[in-house]
Design a protein around this ligand. Structure first.
Ligand SMILES: C[S@@+](CC[C@H](N)C(=O)[O-])C[C@H]1O[C@@H](n2cnc3c(N)ncnc32)[C@H](O)[C@@H]1O
Length: 249
């Protein structure tokens, strides 16, 4: 694929992770663009030179988009995974104004210094045993009062009569996107591409297993306890939903 370039930042070269996640989640390819546009229109992060946290930056989709839409933002790119941070760093090579931190959100200093944050597909990996609340509490405290977070996560539909249909549609979307075909092709060529095949399987497993989705009422209770107002819905694709959270004053 040819790289698109906006503001000197390549935006369309996909990592292996992105090739898989776009086949798993309808609309993923637009998520970073949507998230950044939402934050750029928020009361605090709309200011020139705003300070923005990309929590769980992964391979850098939101960072690339932030650089393209808002080159003036001071970015903090946070991820506990050295491998993911390396990927993101490589894609943003030469970009200034990014503070790279190999750390989890929970380890952030609770100092209200960010005007906004993005947390896309991060909270879903944490069990709801106090760890989701700890993540959200530190996130809220790291924002200035009135600061907003764009939170996108796999959700658990609540008593929904279409729950089974959502699940089947998810699998159908993945099949139609060629995820199974691609995995089968990898297995076919396993001897030659053992590393690619193994890493694809590991990525798919990481993105689909061991997740801890919660329902909207539980999310509302958690964000309220953490110091945010009610989650405002901004995105939904099957069981992946996005919300704007605003830190209470
Ligand atoms: C599914 S990826 C999403 C990456 C990126 N936000 C995206 O949408 O493409 C989740 C990322 O969150 C990171 N992560 C997991 N737990 C975290 C935590 N407690 N704090 C910050 N990042 C975390 C993982 O290392 C991984 O890179």
């Amino acid at each position: 694929m040819e790289a698109g370039v906006e503001s000197g930042v390549p935006t369309s070269v996909e990592t292996g992770y992105e090739q898989i996640v776009t086949r798993l989640i309808p609309g993923y390819a637009s998520l970073a663009r949507l998230g950044v546009a939402l934050l750029a229109a928020s009361p605090l992060a709309s200011a020139h030179g705003a300070s923005v946290l990309v929590a769980g930056c992964g391979s850098g989709a939101e960072l690339l988009e932030a650089r393209a839409q808002r080159p003036d933002w001071q970015l903090t790119a946070l991820d506990p995974s050295a491998a993911m941070l390396d990927l993101a760093r490589g894609r943003l090579a030469g970009q200034t104004g990014i503070d790279w931190q190999q750390a989890s959100v929970e380890s952030l200093e609770a100092r209200a210094r960010f005007d906004g944050a993005l947390a896309v597909l991060v909270l879903q990996a944490l069990p709801d045993d106090g760890r989701k609340l700890a993540f959200l509490t530190v996130l809220a405290r790291s924002l200035r009062p009135g600061g907003q977070v764009v939170l996108v996560d796999l959700m658990q539909p609540e008593r929904s009569p279409i729950q089974q249909q959502l699940l089947e549609a998810s699998l159908g979307f993945q099949r139609a996107s060629g995820l199974e075909t691609a995995a089968a092709e990898d297995r076919e060529a396993q001897r030659a591409t053992a590393a690619t095949s193994a890493s694809r399987d590991a990525l798919v497993a990481e993105l689909t297993t061991g997740l801890h989705p919660i329902g909207l009422s539980r999310l509302t209770a958690l964000v309220e306890a953490a110091g945010f107002g009610d989650p405002a819905p901004v995105y939904q694709a099957l069981d992946v939903e996005g919300f704007l959270l605003q830190r209470r004053d």
